[in-house]
Design a protein around this ligand. Structure first.
Ligand code: ATP
Length: 234
């Protein structure tokens, strides 16, 4: 579904990611792990078209999309749940969802909102409440829901569990497992290695913008070397 070929990206003169090769296979969850500053967010934001590519290519469904802008990528089926949620805090839950479906037909938007509310009943209970007044967990649910409104085939999630209560983490992870069961391809950035390994199929660990470990989630679960790498202890 997605392939990064020798991708280097960053900000101005600063390279955050160096010659990264990464593949996210269809219907699988690829976890991107690593300590703070390892380059996980830069990679995700580069796939979404928000960070400049210096070298290399981004291939989506075999097409080179390296030069595409973020909106083209959303329309092509790449959804983003960004770190920190980035909701429209003064708008309601409903309005945030409708904005997420801006590239869909109006009738589809209504159906999409219904689907998201079925997935996250809590959002239905808060439907007309301002996003800024939601709990952190509810905001994360809304951020996932907003991304789903564009009907993505590839979902990019940056820091799913960061700062959330355990109950909210459980709800978000249950939805992620459900999306995977329905065939969604997911790239998941997580600071919680344990949580990520519960759902992931494939794992890549970054350190200082480069790959230090790569393998299956099963191998990762059995590898203390991987755990150390993901925590930046290597
Ligand atoms: P974290 O978990 O702390 O978000 P991360 O693995 O996601 O870490 P990135 O946020 O991608 O790492 O950061 C990689 C490098 O890029 C770091 O050295 C960071 O300081 C730098 N960086 C990130 N965002 C910017 C920016 N907007 N401008 C300049 N440098 C940045």
């Amino acid at each position: 579904m997605l392939r990064l070929e020798s991708l280097s990206c960053g900000y101005g003169q600063m390279r955050a990611v160096h010659a990264l090769d990464l593949e996210a296979r269809t219907g699988r969850i690829t976890a991107l792990l690593g300590a703070n500053g390892a380059g996980k967010s830069s990679t995700i934001m580069c796939i979404a078209g928000h960070v400049d590519v210096f070298e290399g290519r981004v291939l989506y469904k075999e097409a080179a999309i390296t030069g595409w802008n973020p909106m083209q990528r959303v329309k092509a089926g790449i959804g983003l749940v960004p770190e920190g949620r980035r909701l429209f805090s003064s708008l309601s839950v409903r309005e945030n969802l409708v904005i997420g479906g801006y590239c869909r037909a109006k009738a589809d938007t209504a159906a999409g909102v219904d689907q998201v509310v079925q997935m996250f009943p809590r959002l239905g209970e808060r439907f007309h409440q301002r996003a800024g007044s939601l709990s952190g967990g509810e905001q994360q649910m809304l951020s996932i829901g907003r991304a789903l409104m564009s009907q993505p085939e590839l979902l990019l999630i940056d820091e799913l569990s960061l700062g959330l209560m355990p109950k909210a983490i459980d709800i978000c992870y249950a939805v992620i497992a459900d999306l995977k069961a329905k065939g969604m391809t997911i790239v998941l950035v997580e600071q919680s290695t344990q949580r990520a390994l519960e759902v992931a199929d494939d794992v890549t660990v970054l350190e200082s913008g480069a790959v230090v470990w790569r393998g299956s989630a099963q191998d990762a679960r059995e590898s203390t070397e991987m755990i150390d790498a993901s925590l930046g202890l290597t």
